[in-house]
Ligand binder design. Structure first.
Ligand SMILES: C[S@@+](CC[C@H](N)C(=O)[O-])C[C@H]1O[C@@H](n2cnc3c(N)ncnc32)[C@H](O)[C@@H]1O
Length: 365
């Protein structure tokens, strides 16, 4: 689905909406764990780095928090509440009492096609903030200048703003025939993905630099590949490619449909993300952590069924957009779960470290 903002058009691939068995709301526990195990880092950063006292003097005691790529919940409510708790703690340490007159506004951003109805129907009843939706791509401007105090984005920045053009261009050396993702061996395709990601991170940071108030803070959880680790998503995409090839052999889909299909995400190396933030130069990384170092054994337990449901909640829309024939996508995910179950190394090999890096970054004054 393509949306246009000003002169820019962006491709949008929302998660599965609603509360059904394949919904993001019901299949996003892995992201929830990520938010949970990093919350102390975000809290400490807010307490150490956010001067609430001085910020509210310029904002009529209102603290504005935005969650970019919020999807349908419930993880976004958890994240917003954690940020509010940390800001309150800091405010109290700076002399604001429990009867503090601080007010909070939570701004939930995602593509316009996101299921905002489900999001707002499930807002916590006891929430102590004013909620509003901000539809649109976070690769462009979303908020007025210097208006947001704390920005967060979790598990969203690996979604590209578009499929790199060259990988669907039959005349390009980066044409990704027969594959749906990149392998490290194919430098042209990998380069096209990496260049698109670099552009996207740059436009994201440039917009946020304008929107964050001086002294504001941004927390990002970006799925990426830790040093000396195998890229688990490449292995999963390879399984997907094999299933699609089998479906083409059976005549269920055409080879042309496979050749023109590519996954619109990019799992960068964690160092690559760091370098892009540093190269942009508008923010300073105050803290960064690799998620797998924070996981305990319990939170890492995942099986083929859970992995399939998790990926289906995120990617079903992408597949349905491209393979429109009735029943194809259901069949694809039935086969995918089977193949994942036949690939236990994906869940047991310690080289496939859990994805993700957390970056707490502050606007340079
Ligand atoms: C995997 S979900 C993460 C949801 C939530 N942040 C969490 O941690 O559970 C990624 C979300 O990012 C959104 N997204 C991806 N690219 C976006 C963009 N350019 N602008 C706004 N939202 C975007 C998707 O629509 C999706 O809802």
């Amino acid at each position: 689905m393509e949306t246009k903002i000003g002169n820019q058009s962006y491709e949008a691939f929302p998660m599965n909406g609603g509360q059904g068995q394949y919904s993001y709301a019901k299949n996003s526990n892995m992201q929830r764990i990520g938010a949970d195990i990093t919350k102390h880092i975000s809290r400490d950063a807010i307490i150490e780095k956010l001067d609430v006292e001085s910020l509210v003097q310029h904002s009529s005691n209102v603290i504005r928090i935005a969650d970019l790529g919020c999807s349908v919940g419930p993880n976004t409510f958890f994240t917003i509440q954690n940020i509010i708790d940390a800001v309150n703690l800091k405010a109290q340490s700076q002399g604001h009492g429990l009867d503090s007159s601080l007010e909070f506004q939570a701004l939930f951003n995602d593509h316009a096609g996101n299921d905002f109805n489900t999001l707002f129907k499930s807002l916590p009843e006891d929430k102590l903030y004013y909620a509003a939706a901000v539809p649109g791509s976070f690769h462009g401007r979303l908020f007025p200048e210097s208006s947001i105090h704390v920005l967060n984005s979790s598990y969203a920045l690996h979604w590209l703003s578009r499929i790199p053009k060259d990988i669907v261009d039959k005349n390009s050396p980066a044409y990704n025939k027969g594959r749906i993702y990149f392998t490290n061996e194919d430098k042209n395709v990998a380069g096209a993905y990496s260049a698109q990601f670099a552009k996207d991170i740059e436009s994201f940071l440039n917009s946020r630099a304008l929107e964050l108030v001086p002294g504001g803070i941004m927390t990002l959880i970006i799925p990426c590949v830790p040093p000396d680790s195998k890229n688990a998503f490449q292995a999963q995409a390879n399984i997907m490619e094999n299933i699609l090839a089998e479906m083409a052999n059976e005549g269920l889909i055409s080879q042309e449909q496979i050749d023109s299909f590519n996954m619109p995400i990019y799992m960068a190396a964690s160092e690559e993300v760091k370098e892009l933030i540093e190269k942009n130069g508008k923010f300073q990384i105050e803290k960064s952590e690799l998620l797998y170092k924070l996981f305990d054994n319990k939170s890492q337990q995942i099986d083929a069924h859970k992995a399939c449901m998790h990926l289906r909640a995120g990617f079903e829309g992408v597949f349905k957009n491209h393979f429109e024939e009735e029943g194809i996508v259901d069949e694809f995910f039935i086969q995918f779960e089977k193949k994942l179950a036949e690939s236990p190394f994906l869940f047991s090999d310690p080289a496939y470290k859990q994805l993700g890096g957390l970056f707490v970054i502050k606007l340079l004054a």
